[in-house]
Design a protein around this ligand. Structure first.
Ligand code: GDP
Length: 439
């Protein structure tokens, strides 16, 4: 995940402050110097880093902080607030047209992730109940139309194309098509270039004038650091963008782009790409990102992911069974499948406060769940419901069937037994009352 280096350095600076108790002005000055260096090393724009520490130190040198009982914590709080403000405070919403369709132009350099993010955005909007239409307006790269068609099919969203017709004509026709067929959002995948050039910009301006988009989202690659910020600035100067989609934030990026784009361009980051899969798109919440950078976790995003990816009815059924102490292997299997929907375990765990750092060098083997699931799948339906039936000869059969050892089967049986015992201890009337269950 991005920001690891920055998070480490900030936490080291805070640790030194905490060890001091009361703070003097030189203490704060020294801490600000460390924070500024940490920001610069994370590839934050020089001017942005300087202004940021000036703002934090102005607030931190105030009486309230220096004389408070926990001055270091107050500094962390100020840094958190200022980081949030730097990235734009509130999550920016997509603008909508007063009469549909809403037109969104996706622009950016080649390889930034434009087509991929067209698909991600289409899927997200579709899940929200919209009827998006993807438009293939990149007529120069031979495989571009095909790529968008594949992306559209994966998202279950139609793709409008007219081969190598003039892009501006394609876009006009696409908007008309959307009106005729009831698509309320038009997502235009425009052509990319390796570098910004005049011909490309003129084409984008022409499309903009023809379809008057509500949103012009610039797709930039977070891995390119300050270059992403420069590209954003140039596109904004020439085309006046409405926001940025920052991609590849799952990679080894130092995070500088995320922290500088807003301040340099005045335009918000609206979404971030956090992987190659179509679900790997997040609405950008500056406050949550600040918490992640400061190692405070991002439980809100985790809850939202769980809500959107986990079947709520299944979850309720499971908790009811747990309360009644009727947990069996079928439930365990169902639970594995639910957890797997949330992506790699390491990603899930890293959103808990303090975990991101602890997990840094830890390898979590997602196959543990698969192996356990294989054992359960080798059991008969009866055995899964009544584990007591599993005698030594059945254990041998299950182990052979799943390619595991009898010890592994024994361990799993013991785990279920322990879970049941635990539920029994916690359960009964008091638990039901605590959880206000209606039965
Ligand atoms: P375009 O030329 O701007 O349309 O770029 P593409 O959509 O073809 O993406 C270029 C490459 O970046 C592809 O290999 C994508 O799989 C990859 N990619 C795009 N977005 C992300 C992301 O958020 N994370 C990661 N890890 N890879 C991404």
């Amino acid at each position: 995940m991005a920001f690891e280096g920055l998070a480490d350095k900030l936490s080291a600076a805070f640790k030194r402050l905490k060890s001091k108790g009361k703070l003097s002005e030189p203490d704060i000055k020294e801490a600000m110097r460390e924070i500024r260096l940490a920001l610069l090393e994370a590839d934050v724009n020089y001017k942005v880093a300087k202004e940021f520490t000036a703002k934090v130190s102005e607030r931190a040198v105030g009486q309230d902080v220096m004389e408070s009982l926990t001055p270091a914590q107050m500094v962390v709080k100020i840094v958190n607030e200022e980081l949030t403000a730097l990235m734009g405070s509130d999550a920016a919403r997509l603008a909508t047209a007063s009469t549909p369709p809403t037109v969104i132009m996706l622009c950016g350099l080649q390889g930034a992730g434009k087509t991929t993010h067209g698909g991600k955005l289409a899927l997200m909007l579709k899940k929200q109940g919209h009827r998006p239409l993807l438009v293939a307006a990149d007529i120069y790269r031979p495989a571009a139309i095909k790529q968008l068609q594949v992306v559209g099919e994966k998202a279950g969203v139609p793709v409008f194309e007219q081969g190598t017709e003039k892009p501006v004509k394609i876009c006009r026709a696409a908007v008309k098509h959307a009106k005729d067929y009831g698509n309320d959002i038009v997502l235009i995948d425009t052509a990319g270039r390796l570098q910004i050039d005049e011909v490309l910009m003129d084409e984008l301006k022409e499309i903009k004038a023809a379809v008057q988009p509500q949103e012009i989202l610039l797709v930039v690659d977070a891995m390119t650091g300050q270059e992403a910020v420069n590209v954003s600035k140039t596109f904004d100067d020439l085309l006046e963008i409405t926001g940025v989609i920052l991609t590849k934030l799952d990679g080894d990026t130092r995070g500088g782009a995320a922290l500088s784009v807003r301040s340099v361009t005045g335009k918000p980051i609206k979404f971030v790409g956090v992987g190659e899969k179509q679900e790997d798109l997040e609405v950008f919440h500056p406050d949550r990102m600040a918490s992640r950078i400061l190692g405070m976790g991002d439980v809100l995003t985790l809850i939202e992911e769980a809500q959107s990816k986990i079947d709520q009815k299944e979850a309720e059924k499971l908790s009811k069974k747990m309360l009644e102490n009727k947990l069996d292997f079928n439930d365990l299997l169902a639970q594995f499948q639910q957890v797997k929907k949330m992506g790699p375990l390491k990603n899930v765990l890293s959103k808990f406060p303090g975990m991101d750092k602890q997990l840094k060098d830890v390898d979590i083997d997602d196959r543990i769940m698969d192996r356990t699931a294989a054992i359960i799948l080798s059991m008969t339906k009866e055995e899964r419901e009544k584990p007591a039936l599993i005698n030594p000869s059945r254990k041998r059969r299950i182990a052979a069937g799943s390619g595991m050892k009898v010890e592994d089967v024994n361990r799993l049986l013991k785990q279920l037994d322990q879970m049941q015992k635990m539920m029994k201890q916690m359960g009964g009337k008091s638990m039901k009352r605590r959880m206000r269950m209606p039965f």
